[in-house]
Design a protein around this ligand. Structure first.
Ligand code: FMN
Length: 367
């Protein structure tokens, strides 16, 4: 009996199996509005057989975008664009859908990756003034961010709340807050990017304060029966930076505030990071959080093989696995995994005739 294809609950949200599609920026929005690309991209992933599809990092303010082509959810136009996309997807798939709400902080205002991804200063086309906990740029030589003052912090927190309310209205099943990869909430957590001398900087308690305030405000604004989760970087992979012990304290603080799950990634805060990239390289971080908390933990990062995924959930290192590049490369990965384990997976009616003869019970028909 495999575990990968057993159901799971994240709070009140029932999931058909343990496979999550990680958030993936597509840099294909216009003025924050999803385009046809998002319908194609999310639409095909919605047919994958995964249990949960996470919408890419979605900026809560225009200046919260990583690039000018990021998806946003800060006004009626951006909300309507997501509504159109979700309406089409929902017509053909009942996959559960989460949205990652994000603020890029000092890593905002960059070029799209396939045009080099470099930082764009505010006086150039497609650039703007960035904000951060402290006026320290991500890379030496970049135009520095402005340190957020009290009213700036309130504005950011309220933007997360407003986006969460819009997400609730869109019928999104869960919200994931982006606390990873060196973006704004992670910038508050890490002593490398947070040099504040007010109550939002210094001690671990102070560095966690703003991310926890955002969590509390979003949790209060999003319907109680729907999960709010957090994605974290388990370490900066830099000496003296954010690490797994601090991550565990953060996870425990989140758990006590009603966080429904923790998604454990890593890195992204500092260019000097040394990441030991390899299969399952972030699973030890997920395992450490799993051991120290009682809420569901999601592991991610170079999970490519069926038995590898099964081992992660089967041994209890994590409750769920998330796929990013793996599922872009092979969008039917969950179908192939189900065939491998003799399990069942959902397929759209239109594709039922594709079921291979050697797997006569593969498709979950009539549910
Ligand atoms: C095209 C692409 C876009 C991504 N965008 C996001 C994002 O919007 N938010 C996020 O937290 N991580 C993002 N990531 C990171 C992935 O969610 C994932 O954590 C990482 O790629 C490791 O998983 P993998 O080895 O299965 O790709 C992105 C990754 C890729 C490849």
């Amino acid at each position: 009996m495999n575990v990968l294809f057993t159901p799971f609950q994240v709070g009140d949200l029932g999931l058909a199996n343990r496979i999550v599609i990680a958030p993936m920026c597509q840099y294909s929005a216009v003025d924050g509005c999803m385009t046809d690309w998002h319908l194609i991209h999310l639409g095909h992933l919605a047919l994958s057989g995964a249990a949960l599809l996470t919408i890419e990092a979605t900026a809560v303010l225009p200046e919260a975008r990583i690039t000018h082509a990021d998806v946003g959810l800060w006004n009626e136009a951006t909300e309507a664009a997501i509504a159109r996309t979700l309406e089409s997807i929902r017509r053909w798939s009942d996959i559960r859908i989460a949205i990652q709400l994000a603020h890029a902080g000092r890593k905002a205002s960059t070029e799209v990756p396939w045009k080099g991804g470099v930082h764009i200063p505010p006086d150039h086309a497609n650039g703007w003034q960035t904000v951060a906990p402290s006026a320290i740029p991500y890379q030496d030589g970049e135009h520095p961010p402005v340190a957020l003052d009290r009213s700036g912090l309130t504005r950011v927190r309220e933007a997360f709340v407003a986006a969460a309310k819009r997400a609730a209205g869109l019928g999104v099943d869960a919200v994931q807050l982006h606390g990873a990869h060196g973006y704004l909430l992670h910038q508050f957590l890490s002593p490398l990017s947070n040099r504040r001398d007010d109550k939002y900087g210094g001690s671990l308690e102070n560095r966690m304060r703003f991310p926890l305030e955002v969590f509390d405000a979003v949790r209060a604004a999003f319907p109680a029966e729907r999960p709010v989760t957090m994605r974290v970087s388990g370490t900066d992979w830099v000496n003296g930076g954010w690490d797994i012990d601090q991550t565990i304290e953060f996870a425990q603080a989140l758990e006590s505030r009603g966080c429904a799950a923790i998604h454990v990634s890593s890195g992204g805060l500092a260019p000097s990071q040394k990441i030991p990239v390899g299969p399952s390289y972030q699973v030890p971080l997920a395992r450490a959080v799993k051991r120290a908390t009682a809420i569901p933990v999601i592991a991610v990062g170079l999970i490519t093989e069926f038995e590898q995924a099964e081992a992660i959930v089967g041994t209890g290192d994590a409750d769920l696995i998330a796929l990013a590049r793996t599922i872009l490369y092979n969008p039917r990965w969950p179908w192939h995994a189900a065939a491998h384990f003799g399990a069942h997976v959902k397929a759209p009616d239109q594709y039922l005739r594709s079921q291979p003869r050697q797997y006569p019970d593969l498709f979950d028909i009539g549910h």
